[in-house]
Design a binder for this molecule. Structure first.
Ligand SMILES: [Zn+2]
Length: 376
């Protein structure tokens, strides 16, 4: 079946540059765009996926998710006041993880606009649309956090609701808990937020446990499956299979938003999960199968090994378009970026037996707990 898909990208996405030596390196986005182009996936090179430039999100749309004083604070970011620790305490931007910089407001509005545009596309007949700069899932209504200024995922969900969707499911496979999106919809029974992530016991932001099931009136609309650090493909998928299909079947969404942070891969320098490219793509494929026939907004997210990000998100876009890519990367691109193949070429570091056993026991216990909390 021919699938109608779009890829949202602009070189202007690179203006969301928190700092030159910041772990969030936005040149990874351009690497994805160029790899898709080199592989013949985009329409600019005869492929089936439309390349569409994003438009900045309006202030009005931002205010559906964020508080007016926070939006105002981001507009003033980069000024002298925004370099203070009191500014950081109040708004989450300033010295540290999410530094303020001149032009932050416009840069953040643009990556959000990409997700809102993707939502509009799927409301208007596209099977899916991928905003590669989206997935900034830690932003809260009243503050920035964890490299994320505004919450594009929440903005995209609002756009789907406004466009007539009654039940939207958000599924997040980033190594970090999707805390900001969860916070935005914690008391909204129309929006299911599902996050599969490394446990908050070992990783930022320290939340995302099975007991977080939603506020009264929205019980069961927040689902969290944490994993022990060093969890690899087999354990990750065993737990996924034991909960996620049932959760999604029960909720019966009419549209989906996927956050495909690439930092659960073993090569990521910030997180400790141990998924291979094949294990990670199997998760992506399962989610597309579970959402088949419904509109799908795809976003990126974390991912701090930029070569891994380029490989994984290129495979996501190809899968969304229903095309199979050759494993070998075109020579010119492979030489320029040092990416010879789409799947992993190095060997995953070994995980000690006691940690593997610990990881399996942890996942099985969380699944049991979660099924009880959700009355599945
Ligand atoms: Zn992450």
């Amino acid at each position: 079946m021919k699938l109608k898909t779009a890829f949202l990208y602009s070189d202007a996405y690179l203006t969301y540059n928190l700092r030159d030596d910041h772990p969030l390196q936005q040149k990874r986005l351009k690497m994805v765009y160029r790899l898709l182009d080199a592989c013949g996936v985009l329409d600019t090179n005869g492929g089936p996926v439309e390349w569409i430039e994003p438009t900045p999100c309006t202030e009005e749309a931002l205010l559906e998710v964020h508080t007016p004083d926070f939006v105002d604070a981001v507009q003033r970011a980069g000024g002298e006041q925004s370099q203070s620790t009191s500014y950081r305490r109040r708004y989450g931007i300033g010295p540290g993880d999410t530094p303020a910089f001149p032009g932050m407001f416009d840069a953040a509005r643009l990556y959000c606009g990409g997700t809102v545009d993707a939502a509009r596309l799927v409301l208007n007949g596209y099977d899916s649309a991928f905003n590669v700069a989206g997935g900034l899932h830690h932003a809260h209504p009243d503050r920035a956090a964890g490299f994320c200024t505004f919450n594009d995922c929440a903005l995209g969900i609002h756009e789907l609701l406004r466009g007539g969707c009654e039940r939207v499911a958000y599924i997040d496979i980033d190594a970090h808990h999707g805390d900001g999106v969860q916070a935005c919809f914690y008391s909204d029974p129309r929006v299911l937020t599902v996050s599969l992530h490394e446990s908050g016991q070992s990783l930022y932001p320290g939340t995302g446990f099975p007991g977080e099931i939603g506020a009264p009136g929205a019980e069961g609309a927040s689902v969290n499956l944490p994993y022990y650090r060093y969890t690899s493909d087999d354990v990750w998928h065993e737990a996924f299979d034991a909960v996620i299909p049932d959760v999604l079947a029960r909720f019966n969404a009419d549209a989906y938003v996927f956050q495909f942070g690439a930092d659960a891969h073993y090569g990521d320098p910030l997180a400790h999960l141990m998924l291979t490219s094949r294990g990670w793509m199997r998760a992506v494929e399962k989610l597309f199968t579970l959402a088949a026939g419904k509109p799908i907004v795809i976003t990126g997210g974390g991912g701090y090994n930029i070569r891994t990000v380029a490989r994984l998100w290129t495979m996501v876009m190809a899968h969304a378009a229903g095309i199979a890519l050759p494993e070998v990367v075109p020579t010119a691109y492979a030489d320029e970026y040092g990416i010879p193949r789409l799947h992993d070429t190095d060997t995953m570091p070994p995980v000690a037996d006691d940690l593997r056993i610990e990881g399996r026991n942890y996942a099985r216990a969380r699944v049991k707990e979660l099924r009880e909390y959700l009355a599945l």
